[in-house]
Ligand binder design. Structure first.
Ligand SMILES: O=C(O)CC1=CCC(=O)O1
Length: 98
């Protein structure tokens, strides 16, 4: 199942820069692991914002929730999830649904 996910990151001003850098490093390692597994298919920066659009390919809502809630930046994110279905007019896609 494919999901479009928007993540808006809001780090508190009170968070020490070294702690913020450590969380971002853990986030990068975690996300790159999921990308290598093929479960995090796309990761795009939103121009001009500390936000991203991502496409996940997972088995269920529960799997996506578990995966998202384990993001190191999860406590500092607003997350919006949109489940995706096949469009009947699509002739090709950069991503292939199962
Ligand atoms: O910077 C972001 O948009 C948050 C994020 C998600 C994966 C990652 O490495 O950073």
């Amino acid at each position: 199942m494919l999901y479009l996910v928007r993540m808006d990151v809001k780090l508190p001003a009170t968070l020490a820069p070294a702690e913020a850098d450590a969380i971002k490093a853990r986030e990068k390692a975690y996300s790159q692991g999921l990308q290598r597994e093929g479960r995090w298919r796309h990761l795009w920066r939103v121009v001009g914002e500390y936000a991203n659009y991502s496409v996940f390919d997972v088995e269920s809502n529960d799997e996506l929730h578990t995966l998202l809630s384990q993001l190191p930046l999860f406590p500092y994110m607003q997350i919006q999830v949109t489940p995706l279905a096949q469009h009947p007019s699509a002739i090709a896609s950069a991503i292939t649904a199962n």
